[in-house]
Design a protein around this ligand. Structure first.
Ligand code: NAD
Ligand code: DAU
Length: 356
């Protein structure tokens, strides 16, 4: 089996769902269930014995060590993180605790477990760390896209904490021989995305008749990848990645924020027109910029294609349409997230199993 951390969040949940749709190999899913963790994301796995959920912090060495011994995974995939740049600006502490200290503790628990494995299992074991393109900093308008050898130049507390975690993972390979792999991916979008991030926030605000806040001039560029393509890239790197290497993952889809928001508005105009017949684009408002806002990210994903044969399956046109449609089809998920009642899910789901 494999052990996944952060599997109740946006990318982790998509990964677990895709994994169990593609294989019968069980998943132990360790998630602290912060505000970003939502077990409703995994509701379709209820009763599926291939999915074992454990609420725990990656910084809890005792629990992690016990889980590793109990389940004997052949791989650990680390999705768990504080992930929102704006939150990192308002309160960096949690980012240091989870992304830096938590990754360190996880690495140490995994190293102890891996060291004690029999030779064959030790050889086959993998630790895959899921990271971000934000560690590379920002690009000028005409700079080439980030390659794996680009300098680390993180600019936000979030990206600095992720950069630190990447360095720890690298060092655990070089110093202790831990068989690690790291992926650095661009902006994901798709189902189950928490509506604090640009695309889902725009969809839910538009439908609620609220303003669509664009930071600064809206000309910041991100390189968008459909989440299930990110998941397939991770599976491929896990399967065939070269030990100690890093792999950039991206969708070759650079777009300015304002254009993304206009596309979302146009799709909503088509799929769920406003009652007054006007465009959702009329709800766009330019607001104060994010401090230290990175201007442009762009991923050069040629290494992953050349060495491991991975390419995204989805274009932005197909992916964004599916995404908007998913939010339209899941008003309950949105309502539970907005009301906060998704956080009661653990209790609702598992109270029946508590001892009488
Ligand atoms: P998310 O915020 O949606 O989910 C994070 C999950 O981690 C949540 O379920 C949360 O409960 C859990 N978690 C947080 N702290 C934890 C802790 N201390 N112990 C255990 N679980 C904890 O994030 P996401 O967007 O799904 O991102 C997943 C990973 O992918 C992160 O490492 C992020 O840096 C990376 N990443 C994200 C993107 C993106 O566009 N969202 C792009 C590239 C890389
Ligand atoms: O590049 C990968 C990263 O992408 C991941 O590592 C992060 O975990 C993920 O959150 C994401 O970071 P961003 O800061 O790029 O994503 P966000 O959705 O917060 O913002 C996307 C862009 O949209 C960014 O330029 C800021 C802008 N924005 C965002 C929000 C929430 C707005 O203009 N208005 C908004 O309300």
């Amino acid at each position: 089996m494999i052990l996944v951390t952060g599997g109740a969040g946006f990318i982790g949940a998509n990964f677990v769902l895709d994994w169990l749709a593609a294989t019968n190999e069980p998943v132990v899913n360790v998630d602290k269930l912060t505000y970003a963790g939502n077990l409703e994301n995994l509701a379709s796995l209820q009763g599926d014995t291939r999915h074992v959920f454990v609420q725990a912090d990656i910084g809890d060495s005792t629990v992690l060590s016990a889980l590793l011994q109990q389940h004997q995974p052949r791989a650990v995939l680390n999705f768990a993180a504080e992930s929102h740049v704006d939150r990192s600006i308002h309160g960096p502490e949690d980012f240091i605790q989870t992304n830096v200290v938590g990754t360190f503790r996880l690495l140490e628990a995994v190293r102890a477990y891996w060291s004690g494995l029999p030779a064959d299992a030790k050889l086959a074991f993998r630790f895959l760390h899921v990271s971000t393109d934000e560690v590379y900093g920002t690009l000028g308008a005409t700079d080439p896209a980030f390659t794996e050898s680009h300098n680390y130049e993180p600019n936000s507390p979030y990206s600095a904490s992720k950069a630190a975690s990447d360095h720890l993972v690298r060092a655990w390979h070089h110093t202790y021989g831990l068989p690690v792999l790291t992926t650095n991916c661009s902006n994901n979008y798709g189902p189950l995305h928490f509506p604090e991030k640009l695309i889902p926030l725009m969809i839910v605000n538009a439908l609620a008749g609220k303003p669509l806040p664009i930071y600064g001039d809206g000309q910041q560029i991100r390189d968008w990848l459909y989440v299930r393509d990110h998941c397939s890239a991770i599976r491929r790197v896990l399967e065939a990645g070269r030990l100690g290497d890093t792999y950039n993952v991206g969708g070759w889809n650079e777009q300015a924020n304002i254009d993304i928001v206009k596309t979302v508005c146009a799709l909503l105009d088509e799929l769920r027109p406003r009652d007054d017949g006007r465009s959702y684009a009329e709800q766009i408002r330019f607001v104060q910029d994010r401090p230290g806002h990175d201007r442009r990210y762009a991923i050069d994903a040629r290494k992953l294609e050349r060495e491991l044969g991975w390419k995204p399956a989805e274009t932005f046109e197909t992916g964004i349409r599916k995404t908007v449609q998913w939010y339209l089809d899941h008003p309950e998920w949105v309502a539970h997230v907005q009301s906060g009642s998704y956080r009661d899910w653990v209790h609702q789901q598992y109270s029946a199993q508590e001892p009488a």
